[in-house]
Design a protein around this ligand. Structure first.
Ligand code: NAP
Length: 294
């Protein structure tokens, strides 16, 4: 039986409608939400991601400034730029696009941001608050996964959720959020990585599987329990001579075999990606509201 498709693009578009109205009301009260998007170098994927985020901001009436730093400028140049953005009252949120070129310390740069403007939730203060279950900015991709599941009628509560991938950006914060006490968490979490033995055996027990491994074909239908809900975070470019550019974008899940077994599954593209952008917009509006309150 073909699985239900969890359409992140359509959900993100609906969320954008609500957020557009929120921005209008903020602007009327004298605050235009603003985001500083920082890209170091010309990594092709980063160029596309920053462009997409700037476009979404424009679409919602959020002011965005894109800052592109020459990779030869060095860590100090990015630190100075972050200091300026921290001090700029028109910028409520800052996003440092990752990964950074070799020689840059993402950890040091993320820690340099004002945690109140860290709309991707990667500053150590926000990471700590998330682990403790305290309010703070939550990383956009894990938040997008949770919102997509909940809005599609799949509550993690009480379920066994397997997360494949333990990065600080996706897997670990997602596992933390899912395991927190409360209505958005209360799941039992299996956090899997490259040292996990018998991955398929473990995944076959899960009610929900989230793949964030960054490798095409990591999860196949044979590794899944019938009726499982599958969220594919992965974005991998693979060779495809039949595509115009000779490549195409796929997730970490083998969609054909998984959709035969799953009750519901996200597509790639059009699943988690648009939700990530929507959550960045949501976090920026939250930051602007908090600035408006002083
Ligand atoms: P990452 O930093 O490379 O982390 C990958 C994680 O997956 C690591 O923890 C790694 O384990 C684990 N892993 C890799 N291969 C595995 C395997 N065969 N079995 C089990 N675990 C495996 O990647 P990331 O930044 O989290 O991103 C993951 C994917 O999501 C990428 O494709 C990325 O492009 C995509 N992504 C999408 C969005 C979106 O908006 N849709 C946002 C962010 C990222 P070890 O720790 O043992 O190495």
């Amino acid at each position: 039986m073909a699985a239900r498709i969890l359409d992140g693009r359509a959900l993100a578009a609906r969320l954008h409608e609500t957020m557009r109205a929120e921005v209008v009301s903020l602007v009327r009260s004298g605050v235009t939400p603003g985001i500083g998007l920082v890209r170091v170098g010309e990594d092709p994927a980063s160029v596309v991601y920053v462009r997409t985020k700037a476009k979404a901001s424009a679409d919602l009436g959020i002011h965005s400034e894109v800052h592109v730093v020459d990779p030869r400028a060095g860590q100090g140049a990015v630190e100075s730029l972050l200091d300026q953005l921290n001090a700029n009252p028109d910028v409520h949120g800052i996003l440092l696009q990752l990964p950074l070129p070799e020689g840059y310390s993402a950890d040091r740069l993320l820690a340099r941001m004002d945690p109140g403007k860290d709309v991707d939730g990667l500053h150590p203060v926000n990471v700590g608050r998330l682990c403790l279950g305290l309010p703070g900015f939550v990383p956009c991709t894990p938040l997008g996964v949770l919102v997509l599941l909940e809005e599609s009628g799949y509550r993690p509560r009480g379920n066994l959720v397997a997360v494949v991938g333990r990065s600080a950006l996706v897997g670990r914060p997602l596992a933390n959020l899912l395991s927190l006490r409360g209505e958005h968490g209360d799941a039992t979490v299996l956090l899997c990585h490259t040292q996990t033995r018998r991955l398929g055996e473990l995944l076959r027990q899960a009610d929900i599987v989230v793949a964030a491994a960054g490798r095409a074909g990591t999860v196949t239908g044979a590794m899944l329990k019938p009726g499982v809900v599958v969220v594919d975070v992965g974005m991998n470019r693979v060779a495809d001579p039949s595509s115009p550019g000779g490549t195409r974008l796929v997730g970490d899940v083998d969609f054909a075999s998984a959709s035969e077994v799953a009750e519901a599954i996200t597509p790639v593209p059009g699943g988690v990606g648009p939700m990530t952008v929507a959550m960045l917009m949501r976090n920026t509006i939250t930051a602007a509201k908090s600035a408006a309150r002083g």
